[in-house]
Write a protein that binds this ligand. Structure first.
Ligand SMILES: [Zn+2]
Length: 317
């Protein structure tokens, strides 16, 4: 039998920085937020806790949890991923040549370790609803969060399943022909769950790179600079089919939404002739007639119908 009280007590007394003025409840929330994110992902079969991957799912969930907390920005995710090894259930297999280094970013941490895993006994506890709830409550009531924060996180853990269910449904839409009409045979979840599902699918499909310029930047907070843009505007069409999406950096997203760039029938970027540009290095015109950086799977390519609509209705020729 796995020892639930042992982990319950470890979760209530995680080895964290304590500072009344810096943290909303006097204790650093990084480790509990990481554990709550992993629990939510594991519950939805999105994370193998015996081989934890620092992927889009984990970083996005981490970011979404921080948005519910009373802080101005999300904390750096590589720190708890590294420092939780002092808490007695978190196993970090560090390459011998990196035994004495401290990671400064997610990328550095990934280079340093061969595997990150939880104790098997703890994984068993996460896989049973009752013990999972007990451990979630130990984290929520361990003094790491204010009462309001704990309430918001608790609701998030409850509702996050909807987001993954919706994601599965929109991904399965690519089996059929792309529909310009919103032909959803299933209901949409709340706005946060919906938009985070669409965002995850697009980021994963495009490996978090801007389809126009290839930019990929992941902040230490784990968030990516890349947006999941709708080709047919969501406000008008309400279509989250992945083929209605493009991963774009902030600049190229803005230009796309304002009709100053589009995509031709050969999946090449086209730049509007009406554009007045002043900048030391032209990051716009140089992509005219350049091939888009597309998803690996052709089934996830942007819809030619949606792109045609964008050229006809949004793009300034
Ligand atoms: Zn870009």
């Amino acid at each position: 039998m796995p020892n639930l009280p042992k982990y319950q007590s470890k979760f209530k007394s995680l080895n964290v920085d304590k500072n009344q003025s810096r943290y909303s409840a006097g204790k650093a929330p990084h480790k509990p937020v990481l554990l709550l994110s992993l629990i939510a992902l594991n519950k939805n079969n999105r994370m193998d806790l015996s081989n934890i991957q620092i992927n889009v799912d984990l970083r996005e969930t981490w970011g979404e949890c921080w948005e519910l907390l009373d802080y101005d920005r999300a904390g750096p995710i590589h720190l708890p991923l590294y420092h939780m090894q002092s808490d007695g259930f978190w196993n970090l297999d560090i390459k011998p040549e990196h035994k004495h280094s401290h990671p400064k970013s997610v990328k550095k941490l990934n280079e340093m370790v061969t595997r990150i895993s939880l104790d098997e006994e703890l994984i068993d506890l996460f896989n049973q609803p009752d013990s999972r709830n007990t451990l979630v409550n130990a984290l929520l009531n361990g003094g790491y969060f204010s009462e309001d924060e704990a309430q918001r996180l608790s609701e998030k853990i409850e509702s996050i399943d909807q987001s993954f269910e919706y994601e599965e449904k929109i991904v399965s839409m690519v089996k059929d022909e792309f529909q310009m009409q919103d032909a959803l045979a299933f209901p949409m979840p709340d706005e946060i769950a919906r938009s985070s599902s669409f965002r995850r699918v697009i980021l994963i499909n495009y490996d978090e790179k801007c389809a126009v310029c290839g930019m990929k930047i992941v902040a230490s907070s784990g968030v990516s600079i890349i947006d999941a843009a709708h080709i047919l505007p969501f406000s008008k069409f309400r279509i989250d089919d992945p083929r209605n999406g493009l991963a774009l950096c902030k600049s190229h997203h803005w230009l796309f939404d304002h009709g100053l760039i589009s995509v031709d029938t050969h999946n090449r970027t086209i730049v509007s002739g009406s554009l007045d540009i002043e900048m030391p290095k032209d990051i716009i015109s140089q992509y005219h007639k350049e091939a888009l950086i597309l998803p690996e799977k052709a089934s996830m390519f942007p819809s030619l119908t949606a792109l045609e609509w964008h050229r006809e209705n949004i793009f300034y020729k």
